[in-house]
Ligand binder design. Structure first.
Ligand SMILES: Cc1cc2nc3c(=O)[nH]c(=O)nc-3n(C[C@H](O)[C@H](O)[C@H](O)COP(=O)(O)O)c2cc1C
Length: 152
């Protein structure tokens, strides 16, 4: 992707640790953004039901739901989002309906809890500082391992 543009690249989508950061940097990124991983942190202001749902989710526990007008969204799988996925209703309306309940009331069934497939790789609620320190350490280890593999 680096060859296609002449601006700094911050990669987003599927990044939750140092290994995925190394993969993004290999493609030419100079920074990464974590969405779902940051939603699941200790300091994140969302209700703990949402954080626990991310930790408990497998990579198959999200659905891509569409709207007639507006973007499609990837969300946690619930009975409500299963219906949206089947074409019953609009994702954007579903998002607007229960946003306070989902974010701060922990009632994930009342709206849409946005979530990447990367949830399947998130195993614990941790402080942001710990995640960043682990990510930087794992990134360096990964790059070193790949470099040493090349020399063997
Ligand atoms: C709580 C939350 C809110 C989001 N809001 C938006 C948004 O307003 N617009 C958008 O394009 N994507 C939004 N996204 C999608 C993220 O930008 C990102 O593409 C997605 O989460 C995948 O990255 P991840 O694997 O790090 O989660 C949101 C994601 C989350 C988890």
């Amino acid at each position: 992707m680096r060859a296609k543009v002449d601006v700094p690249i911050i990669a987003a989508g599927g990044i939750c640790d140092g290994i995925s950061m190394a993969a993004a940097f290999a493609l030419g990124a100079e920074g990464v953004q974590m969405g779902t991983r940051m939603v699941s942190t200790l300091e994140s202001p969302v209700h703990e039901n949402w954080k626990n749902a991310i930790v408990g989710a497998a990579e198959t526990d999200t659905l891509f739901v569409r709207s007639e007008k507006g973007p499609a969204l990837r969300v946690l799988r619930t009975a409500r989002t299963e219906r949206l996925f089947a074409g019953d209703g609009s994702a954007m309306q579903g998002l607007a309906d229960g946003i306070q309940d989902v974010y701060f009331g922990g009632k994930l069934e009342n709206g849409l809890a946005m979530c990447g497939q990367v949830a399947g790789r998130i195993e614990a609620i941790k402080p942001v500082a710990e995640i960043i320190a682990e990510t930087v350490r794992e990134y360096a280890e990964t790059v070193r391992r790949l470099h040493e593999g090349l020399r063997e």
